[in-house]
Design a protein around this ligand. Structure first.
Ligand code: GDP
Ligand code: CA
Length: 327
């Protein structure tokens, strides 16, 4: 079975790790899981140039998590990380003092920047970087073009890079809107449209609906590919019991006028029957009351435990998503 997953960083990474575990160990296809394949189409709106290096936070969150090299406790970055280089950069007064780049992480950024400067597109740079690790899936940036998310923070239209708004200001400045800079000219990275069109199943990870999934769908051509895919499309709610599980995604939902509720996010994505992107939607056990609302919108729905506490709970969510899509 070919599964394509639209994904942001941390929430997406946990979900992908569960999906891989489910396919490999819980429900292998009889060939030890070897004919199942996963392609992750990953948000690049958080990407930026910093101190001469290209940073791709969501691609790296997924890569480190699936490689087992992530810092589980802190929730991001590499395990066993040190920050000596960042301290030097701070002493020189370059970079963002509130944005620490770990020493091991810098190795990834230097490698990526090296490939980009030698003329490779991000998708090829990503493939070469990912080849070092045993990820068990294909990592595709949504686009090779630099389409950075900017946040409008006042009536005059002043904007900040998403990363500055999120990390420095902890999403506390009310956001008026999110802009995808230069998105009109962007195209999906090679393989993205094919991965969606040729999939047996398309999954929308429990990622930020606005600045992760919304950003991917905003790349010209990708939303259309999802709405017209022959495979069913099932999403997993990142909102449980009226709250986002980790992070500050509620600030993003508020900015686009969507309530922080499992059913509201489903209605925002919309049913494929009416031009949206979903055939099915998983909500948390706490949100059973959302099921009839989602059903009434023409989207199949089920309430199941959605807390990704560990590998087993994440794998169970993947199983439920597959079951909802392919009953
Ligand atoms: P980011 O790019 O690192 O912000 O990560 P994503 O966009 O992939 O995911 C962020 C979202 O994941 C958050 O808004 C959370 O609501 C969601 N999330 C995190 N942990 C869990 C979990 O255990 N269960 C569910 N359902 N959602 C989660
Ligand atoms: Ca992100």
């Amino acid at each position: 079975m070919k599964i394509t997953v639209l994904s942001g960083g941390v929430g997406g990474a946990r979900f992908l790790r569960g999906l891989r575990h489910h396919l490999r160990h819980v429900h292998p296809d009889g060939n030890g899981g070897t004919t199942d394949s996963i392609t992750a189409v990953v948000n690049t709106g958080d990407d930026m140039w910093l101190t001469g290096l290209r940073i791709s936070p969501d691609l790296d969150s997924i890569m480190y998590t699936l490689a087992g090299a992530n810092d589980e406790e802190r929730g991001w970055g590499r395990i066993g990380e040190s920050e000596r280089v960042s301290a030097e950069l701070r002493a020189y007064g370059v970079g963002w003092p509130w944005f620490t780049l770990g020493d091991l992480d810098l190795g990834t950024h230097i490698t990526r920047s090296h490939y980009l400067r030698s003329g490779l597109p991000l998708s090829e740079a990503t493939a070469r970087i990912a080849a070092r690790w045993d990820l068990g899936l294909r990592l595709l940036p949504a686009t090779d073009d630099e389409v950075e998310t900017r946040v409008v923070i006042d009536d005059e239209g002043s904007t900040l890079h998403f990363q500055e708004w999120w990390t420095r200001h902890r999403a506390s400045l009310p956001a008026r809107a999110f802009l995808q800079q230069n998105v009109e000219a962007a195209t999906p990275a090679p393989g993205v449209l094919e991965a969606i069109a040729e999939a047996d199943l398309v999954l929308v990870a429990p990622s930020n609906p606005v600045v992760s999934i919304g950003t991917i769908l905003g790349i010209p051509g990708i939303r259309h590919a999802v709405t017209t895919a022959s495979a069913p499309v099932v999403g997993v709610s990142p909102v449980i019991g009226g709250a986002v599980v980790r992070g500050m995604a509620d600030a993003c939902l508020e900015a686009i006028g969507v309530a922080t509720a499992a059913d509201a996010v489903a209605l925002h994505y919309g049913s494929r029957a009416t031009g949206g992107v979903l055939d099915g939607w998983l909500v948390g056990g706490e949100d059973a009351a959302a099921v009839p609302v989602v059903l009434a919108a023409g989207i199949r729905a089920a309430a199941v435990p959605l807390w990704m506490r560990d590998l087993d709970t994440s794998a169970a969510i993947a199983r439920e998503a597959i079951a909802l899509a392919l009953p």
